[in-house]
Every structure is written in structure tokens, then in C-alpha cells.
Design a binder for this molecule. Sequence first.
Ligand code: 5GP
Length: 197
Amino acid sequence: MIQNTSEYKKTGKVLIFSAPSGSGKTTIVRHLLKQNYSFGFSISATSRSPRSTEKNGKDYYFLSNEEFKKKIENEEFLEWQEVYSGTYYGTLKSEVERIRNNGENVLLEIDVLGGINVKKIYGNEALSVFIKAPSLEELKKRLKLRSTDSDEIIRKRIDKAEYELSFSPQFDVILINDNLEDAFIESEKIVEKFLNK
Ligand code: 5GP
């Protein structure tokens, strides 16, 4: 753990976290946001409906499909993907600029293809991290354990996870999430090395 974090301020670097569903991405990102790394979390836009606890402008910018498509036409997105059939997710250019203009580093939690695209845009200013469960078997187990969804939905997530895993070599760093405490420590090391570069 770094004691003096002032050296991290005002750098505007871009940290990207991507992972298949069930890899522990959100838990690790939440952990990092609690540390003093001066990260602003990039709030994505999505065309899906809010879940019961989610708030517009905090968890996502919730848009209708029409509003989302209008923003695509107007080139307002840094990147966007149809993550699930008929459901769009994207990073607004204005969101990343807002965070960078605040003198903060940007933390993105986006899908695997989006992560690869953002890394291409920012090059050395960005670090792309792929979070991986220790094995496909373990990932399947976690998805089944945590999910209240039907077998068919679980099967779809597993298929998608297998597809997404094939992109892991395109990331700068692969973080294996076997034990959560170890993954937290490893994630801090990765971030500190990147921000000190
Ligand atoms: P959820 O609906 O569970 O919040 O998110 C579904 C998936 O969409 C996750 O893999 C999440 O990382 C991804 N996602 C969220 N925001 C964005 C975004 O701005 N761009 C892309 N490409 N994917 C996103």
C-alpha cells in the first residue's frame, strides 16, 4: 500500500478492466476505487433498463435504444458494443473528458471488445487488464453458484465467457482471480506500477 498518493494526482491515465461474467471484475474495481489512486469511474451509457438499486447518472446513463443510436450517429461515443443482443453499452467521450479535466485518472469497467478498443485509442496512456478465473471449470462453477438464472442463460454466459477468454492475449496484463484477497493485492501492485510509470 502506498502511503503518499500525491504523486498519482493529475495524470489523466486510463485504466481498463475487462473480464468474462463471473470473474470478479466488479469486486476488484470497487476495491480499487476505495484506495487513494485519484480515479474517476467512467459511468457508461446503456440501453438496458435499470436494476432495482441502480440510479441514472450514478451506475449508468440509462438511455432508450433510440437515444443510444442517436448518440452513435452523432459520434458521441469513444467506443460502444452491442454486449447482449439488442442491448447497447458505450463509453461517452464527454465522460472520459470530464474525468480527465478534473485531473483524475480514468477507470473503465467495460466488456472485452470495448477494452481492446479503448486501449488502441489511448496506447501507452492506458493499461488494459483482463481478469480471469483460475480455470474455465471454476468460472462455470461460479456462474452456476451465483446465478438465479435459468440453465439456458447460464449456458449462454459460459459460451460468451469462452469466446471472451480467447481475447485475453490482447490485454497488457492478465490478473488471475483465484483468491480474492490475493487478487486485491495484485491489482494494487498493477495499478501502482502503471501510475508510477
Ligand atoms: P451489466 O448489464 O451487467 O451492468 O453489464 C454487462 C456488461 O457490459 C459487462 O461486461 C460490462 O463490463 C459491460 N459494459 C458496461 N459498460 C460498458 C461500456 O461502456 N462499453 C462496453 N463495451 N461494455 C460495457
